[in-house]
Every structure is written in structure tokens, then in C-alpha cells.
Design a protein around this ligand. Sequence first.
Ligand code: APR
Length: 271
Amino acid sequence: MRVLVLTGAGVSAESGIPTFRGKDGYWKNLDPTKLATPEAFARDPQLVWDWYRERRQRIRNARPNAAHEAIARLAHHTEEFLLVTQNVDDLHARAGIPAQRMVRIHGDIFVTRCSRCDFTEKGSGGSPEPPESWATKSKSGRLRSRNGCEATAGLSIAATFEKDADLPRCPECHALLRPGVVWFGEQLSRNELERVEDFLDGGACDAVIVAGTTATFGYIIDWALRASRDGAELIEVNPEETPLSRFATRLVREPAAIALPRIVDELIALG
Ligand code: APR
């Protein structure tokens, strides 16, 4: 059997992680242009880091739910399988999905990478924040650059350094570090895109499951339709209607943690 699973924030909702556009979703109360764009980070990196640190902590305190576990079981019982998740949390990984069977198309919230060079630090759910030492401080309290000279060149730099004093900085080039997620207006990772394309080119699927997403981004609908091109089952698991619903062969208007264990049992039995 060949199966593609596409997931979104709704799959982690029952683990206590807010969705984005659902009832108490992040974007209901917060402005994504102030928190999830490269411009927002340039404007106020502290505000952006505070939000991602809060989200990281919430995810650390969360646990995979029955939906994550069911998808992991399907991954282990299906010959050809790929999970493409939009979620930047690590709950799919913690439920046991092998990395080679998962594409994290919007990145990983526990990755910290340089906003200028290609330095990357991979943390895990349990990993602490980047070490203080990356935000080096000199006795005078002003920031000392890696080569030891005091940042004296003009107020603006010092002011910037002072203001961003406890923001993590790249140990290589000293630029600001940022969360390893894909922000609005940014390109998806070419490498991850190629992995999706390779799977889609590898043959049509027998079943496609789309769970917990508003399918806001066209590529989610495109991948679901291409994978189910030869009459495969296209199963949408979502309490609410989405732009993908009209293409689905089966609509499951239930929470993912309730519906997915049952659907996975059926597919494995069909296997
Ligand atoms: N089970 C299944 N679906 C659920 C559940 C649940 N328990 N709870 C909510 N949902 C559904 C909602 O009805 C909604 O359709 O999950 C969907 C969540 O949609 P969004 O909040 O839009 O999340 P998502 O589709 O993952 O967003 C896509 O947008 O904000 C960006 O980068 C961010 O990856 C994210 C992307």
C-alpha cells in the first residue's frame, strides 16, 4: 500500500497546542505580520523570540495524542508512506515517525539558525534555549564582538546591541539567530520540496489522508489531488469544512484523535 498523509495544526490541538485560524487560534488574537515574517523579526526580534520561546515551552509541556500515534503506526505498517506536516512542533517525531518518512514543510520550531550565514543548531523538545554565552557581554555591560573589541561605532549599533542583549547570536558571524521555521513570504525548503515531489512522482497512492488543516496554502491541495490522481481514497479529517472538502471522497467531521485510530486500523487491515 502507498499512503500520503498531510497534517496541520488541528492534529496537535488535542495536545493543547493552539491552531492558527481555529476558534482560539493564534491568528485570532495575534497579528502574523508582527510575529511570523522576516520583516517583523527585523523590526522587533525580541517580540518574535518571546513568542517562539513561549510556543517552544508549551510544546515541551505537551505530549503526542492518539492522532499522532495512529499516524506513526500507519508509517510503520505501510510499505510506501510519507507524512507531510505543516506543524513546526515535534509531536509527530515524538510519536515515533521516522525522519525519513516525514517532511516538515514549514520547518522545526526547535531548530535555531543564523539569520545571515548557514549556521544551524538543532534542538529537541527537551532542549534548553541557546546558551547565554552566545550573547557575549563585556564588563561594561556593552556587547563585545567576538574579536573582543567594544562596539563603539556609533550609538545606533550600541543601542541595537544593548536592546538585543539577550537575543541569541550566531557563534560564527554574530548575526541574530532565529527560529528554524518558514515565515510568511519566505520560500519553502528546496530540499523538502524535492522530497515531496519524489514521493508524488513515485506513483499514485492508494489512500490520502488530510487532517487538521484549513488547507490555506494551495500546495497542500495540489499535493493531495496529485497523490489521489488514480482514484485513491482522499479522506479529510476535520470538524469543519475546508477548501479541500469538495475534492474529498470521504469527509470525517470528527476530532483527529478520535477518527484517526479507527481510519488507520481500517487501512492497516486493508494493507
Ligand atoms: N482534529 C482535526 N482538525 C481540527 C481539530 C481536531 N481536534 N481542531 C481543529 N481542527 C481543524 C480546524 O477546523 C481547522 O480547519 O484544524 C484546522 C486548523 O487550521 P489552521 O489553524 O489554519 O492551521 P493550518 O492549516 O495548519 O495552518 C497552515 O498556516 O499559520 C500558518 O505556518 C502556519 O503551518 C501553518 C499554516
